[in-house]
Design a protein around this ligand. Sequence first.
Ligand SMILES: Cc1ncc(C[n+]2csc(CCOP(=O)(O)OP(=O)(O)O)c2C)c(N)n1
Ligand SMILES: [Mg+2]
Length: 588
Amino acid sequence: MSVTVSDFLLQRLGEWGITRIYGYPGDGINGILGALNRAGDDFDFIQARHEEMAAFMACGHAKFTGQVGVCLATSGPGAIHLLNGLYDAKLDHQPVVAIVGQQARAALGGSYQQEVDLVSLFKDVASEYVEMVVTPQQMRHVVDRAVRIARAQRAPTCIIVPNDLQEMPAQEPARRHGTVHSGIGYAIARPIPDAHELQRAADALNAGKRVAMLVGAGALHATAEVLEIADVLGAGIAKALLGKAAVPDTLPFVTGSIGLLGTRPSYRMMMECDTLLMVGSAFPYSEFLPPEGAARGVQIDIDARMLSIRYPMDVNLVGDSASTLRLLRPLLKRKQDRGWREKIEKDVADWWKTLEARAMTEAHPINPQRVFWELSPRLPDRAILTCDSGSSANWYARDLKIREGMMASLSGGLASMGAGVPYAIAAKFAHPERPVIALVGDGAFQMNGMNEMITIAKYWRRWSDPRLVVMVLNNRDLNQVTWEQRVMEGDPKYEASQDLPDYPYARYAEGAGLRGIRVDRPEDVGPAWDAALSSDRPTLLDIYTDPDVPPLPPHVSFKQARQFAESLLKRDADTMGVIRASLKEIFA
Ligand SMILES: Cc1ncc(C[n+]2csc(CCOP(=O)(O)OP(=O)(O)O)c2C)c(N)n1
Ligand SMILES: [Mg+2]
């Protein structure tokens, strides 16, 4: 059999270094699946339960390897299912290539079955590059551009392949006018700012007496540089959610998370600083940054589009964070007065005590904070953590003490439910020798995590270290939103939308041949983590937690407090439990 367009597509992806594809079949991609079968060991096709999960896995692959993630789906419904996972990649700036089938070229425009205008559908999510291949000679440059642009722009791109074209003989571009002759290869660029701008940044930072740093995902590869600069400047370091693994929480001047899911020392540092140095972050909430004009601002970002959008910066540096910080270092004067730093360290030490007290506060039956607090000292070296959207993101952000060498992520920009388990699966495939822990709410788990447990059951024997722990925060509630309704809107809990059916998750995992541990007593939380983290197979921890423990922001505004009180007065069904838990929080 001659080489088909699909064989060529895979061969070209292989030359780009791609060996794993997350996907789900359909007749719109049968030509490509046939080629995958022929390619044998050259490609690892991982079958998800749902195309959205395949897209999340591709995004997780990108996050945990720094390489391009690839997902594959059939035309029509399969392609549509990919969208949410691809938006996750877009909003968190991850390189993902989506390959989708399309109806045969002869049928296009004929309202044919499963015919969806895919170029238009993907136009927004894959705005950097989306192309339908309509002739075999196009395949080479469309693959080359989709991969290169995904990497260069750190964005999802999309290749649409009509199913009849997939079976046609491959063809290289002819040597004539009107053809494209592309090549392979991508070298990472580490841009640096102009010397004059660096000096301006250094002048601003040298002039400051109270410097606060905020680091995000763009600082994940710049740990040493960030720490050195913080030392010279006598600064504290706050972390945006996606930058959780940028610096360890075990350092005394790391104030931890910021924002609604943030900590008190981060909040105080931002309100009291006179200089802000922001590195690789698009942290969205300006009200948690210094009031406008209160601080000089210096920002470093690899993407000029992300500069000066949260705080009007005095100096906007376009550059790779590690390289830029290295150049900045010799221009900075060491702060002799360490008073500011000492104050931050005191705040941080006090805060950890507060968190411990909060975590150990009695609840019914289990305080969710305790689940995360007990995990911290048990985290294995080099663990990879994933988290879902929901109240667990609060405790992940605040209570978990991440150490050097670990990785951690969640759906940050899109804040989509459902990323926790597929990210964890992608982490296991990318790093089968590392323990992986997914922290997910019961709502997210019911939404799709449960289905992906079947994927785990299918593949886990391939992983050299079988430890994958999925912790389900079982609060029978869509708790984060319940609290948002109470605190932000002043509304009581709307049971029709918020209550979740209880479900025996541990037994479900056992049914899939995995281990399941149900925990409903606080004293069993620690031992359950120990058991799960020393298990010979993936383990589900079903932890029965109290939905009445409020994931309140580090400072609750007067307006929010009043609305909160009003919602309680409106006789929220959970009122009594809530009042009890909140009072304990305040006195903790
Ligand atoms: C796909 C999607 N749908 C809805 C939301 C809105 N939302 C954010 S958190 C949340 C509740 C999550 O509930 P659960 O997973 O049970 O976690 P909990 O907050 O209870 O810990 C919802 C509905 C979202 N972020 N993503
Ligand atoms: Mg829940």
